[in-house]
Design a protein around this ligand. Structure first.
Ligand code: OAD
Length: 258
């Protein structure tokens, strides 16, 4: 069943884009759903048949690195089969309009924003396409080439791990700070396809909303694009509920960038 485009909300959202605002975008798994990348919060608590503790924690990797690599190699193989959808493309177009008045912080590790042409991208949770050596610490972009189930660093012979942020780990240095700095300055925050429950990423919403309370700029406008209401929907200025692969291109059309 196709649902009608939420045009009234889209028009209200588009009104905020007059006068070249500074725009921060936070994306989550939902933006890639229409490309065929599964989202995270399934009701059975499993992640493609695995317990999160087994495949997405440092302890899980220490226990069984081959299992963890098998899991990430399967995710890499899936990403090799998919392409950016019109939602990713719309965000790349918005960046082309706004230049350095635009920044995109993504929780996704699939690299599809970069494939769509976005350049000002902060990958808060790392990337499926990169490896990190446990010995020499070198981070390498391996694209989507097929890797062994216990890959070895070509530079030093050490063991590699995916360059992904696992549960109980810190975000890569500098990345969150750059997003937070922009959140203190932006006029609009667009939150796309995230359940907005994982911190510190979800904290960007708090910064944009509460910064005035701490002597910063007054609160910015927050626009949410999701299939359905989330934990933050009560806090946003406009909620646009529908598939972001359809609603984001329509937003671009309405603000004259489509
Ligand atoms: P979730 O799986 O928690 O949430 C996906 C969101 O996307 C939900 O709110 C859906 O309603 C929405 N959604 C699904 N399809 C959509 C569509 N076509 N258009 C718009 N919205 C859609 O994923 P995230 O919020 O990204 O972290 O999860 C955040 C983090 O939790 C992930 O980065 C990952 C995970 O644990 C790490 O691995 C560190």
């Amino acid at each position: 069943m196709t649902r009608p485009m939420p045009d009234a909300e889209l028009r209200r959202a588009a009104d905020y884009f007059k006068g070249s605002p500074r725009v921060l975008v936070l994306t989550g798994a939902g933006v890639s759903a229409e490309s065929g990348v599964p989202t995270f919060r399934a009701s059975d608590g499993l992640w493609e048949g695995h317990r999160i503790e087994d495949v997405a924690t440092p302890d899980g990797f220490a226990r069984d690195p081959a299992l963890v690599w098998q899991f990430y190699n399967a995710r890499r193989a899936n990403v090799a089969l998919v392409s950016p959808n019109p939602g990713h493309v719309a965000l790349a177009r918005l960046e082309a309009e706004l230049g350095d008045r635009f920044l995109l912080a993504t929780q996704n590790v699939d690299g599809l924003h970069l494939d769509a042409g976005s350049k000002r991208v902060l990958e808060l949770h790392g990337s499926l396409r990169r490896t990190r050596c446990l010995s020499c610490k070198v981070v390498a972009d391996r694209g989507l080439e097929v890797l062994a189930n216990r890959p070895i660093c070509p530079a030093c012979g050490g063991f590699l791990r995916p360059d992904i942020v696992w549960f109980h780990e810190m975000l890569p240095p500098g990345v969150m700070e750059a997003a937070q700095k922009f959140a203190l300055q932006c006029d609009i925050l667009i939150v796309v396809g995230t359940s907005a429950v994982v911190y510190p990423a979800a904290g960007l919403i708090d910064i944009v909303r509460d910064r005035g309370d701490y002597g910063g700029r007054p609160a910015g406008t927050i626009l949410e694009f999701n299939l359905e209401p989330t934990a933050v929907s009560d806090l946003v200025d406009v909620g646009v509920f529908g598939p972001s692969g359809q609603t984001l291109p329509r937003l671009l059309e309405l603000i004259g960038g489509g």
